[in-house]
Design a protein around this ligand. Structure first.
Ligand code: SF4
Ligand code: SF4
Length: 333
């Protein structure tokens, strides 16, 4: 991780977690719901909500930095459709965050962004399947953008597994390896109605396959701990308050959309006030005993790393190994 301030904040948060005091480490900001795709497993593009004005966003970022949050993620919808995404990432980096952008890649080529990591959604390498899932015939354009970005940024592909694409796991890993980028996998969220689903058996088998591939391919970023959990079909203690999710209009819900959620407040009333509010904490308690085990990466991976010493050590070991053997193209730079 390039940003020293972010590393210090993460280390502090981890130390606090050792004493049972969970602090937020990730600010996941849905900058807009607008999107130029129409994915079958998502309905964000249907939502109509006004985005927060820039001055409120600056204020939220300052407050998040004071709270010791280490990672800022601009997500969506499609964040590159929103006019302030670039300046928000710049501001976040200036404030010492490790900055991430989660994009579908359509508008990525040619963009200059202060992002420490760019996550590009890519679930399939089959043109017809891509079109049928996203509603856009844009696989080649997105692949081009990934190759372009791989020469300028740290890039990670994020593949959502939704049943019919489990036959592509190995091809996706190989494609990422050839491009010199990382890759993560996660099961489709059951949140949106009518989305394709992944059976428990398929999910467990897929995790086993990814674990095998991980022996050969160091560009798979899912931790061993996470994959073993998914393969076993086990439960994890969800520490939902490691991640604060802010909607485009500033609303914060707790614990997550996947479980019943509670409106905790609005960041314009002060981020600190929101995460200390009764409603927010009610959601946090619900999450701890949640039996859904949704395995959503943004909740499951931090929960494991911050609550289980074996997972922390495994994560550090894998991070260290990657720093000496990073994806091929980045070695050549
Ligand atoms: S690209 Fe992302 S936000 Fe847009 S429709 Fe697909 S899943 Fe939803
Ligand atoms: S495990 Fe956590 S993120 Fe998943 S549904 Fe339960 S509370 Fe939500």
């Amino acid at each position: 991780m390039k940003n020293a301030k972010a590393v210090v904040r993460l280390a502090k948060a981890w130390m606090f977690a050792r004493f049972g005091k969970i602090r937020p480490v990730i600010l996941a900001h849905i900058v807009t719901y607008k999107c130029n795709m129409r994915c079958r497993y998502c309905e964000y593009w249907r939502y109509r909500v006004e985005e927060m004005p820039w001055r409120e966003i600056e204020k939220m970022l300052r407050e998040a930095a004071e709270l010791g949050i280490a990672v800022y993620t601009a997500t969506g919808g499609e964040p590159l459709l929103w006019k302030h995404t670039s300046s928000t990432l710049t501001k976040a980096r200036d404030l010492g965050f490790y900055t991430m952008l989660a994009t579908n890649g359509l508008l990525l080529k040619g963009k200059k962004l202060d992002a420490d990591m760019i996550s590009v959604s890519l679930d399939t390498l089959k043109r017809d399947r891509y079109k049928s899932v996203t509603g856009v015939d844009a696989l080649e354009r997105v692949k081009e953008a990934i190759i372009w970005a791989s020469e300028r940024y740290d890039v990670c592909l994020n593949a959502v597994l939704y049943g019919e694409n489990v036959d592509e796991i190995e091809n996706l890993v190989r494609f990422a390896d050839e491009c010199g980028v990382y890759i993560t996998f996660e099961p489709v969220s059951p949140y949106f109605e009518g989305c394709p689903s992944l059976s428990k058996g398929e999910m467990r088998e897929a995790a086993g396959r990814i674990l095998e591939l991980k022996k050969e391919f160091k560009n798979i970023l899912n931790t061993r701990c996470y994959l073993e959990l998914v393969r076993s079909g086990g439960r994890f203690r969800c520490l939902s308050n490691l991640l604060v999710r802010v909607n485009p209009d500033g609303e914060v819900v707790s614990p997550c959309y996947e479980l019943d959620y509670i409106r905790a407040g609005d960041v314009r009333e002060g981020l600190k006030n929101v995460i200390k509010s009764e409603n927010y904490m009610k959601g946090v308690e619900m999450a701890k005993s949640c039996s859904r085990s949704c395995y959503l990466l943004c909740y499951a991976e931090p929960s494991l790393i911050f609550s289980n010493l074996r997972c922390t050590l495994g994560f550090l070991k894998e991070t260290l190994e990657r720093s000496v053997r990073s994806p091929r193209k980045r070695q050549q730079r």
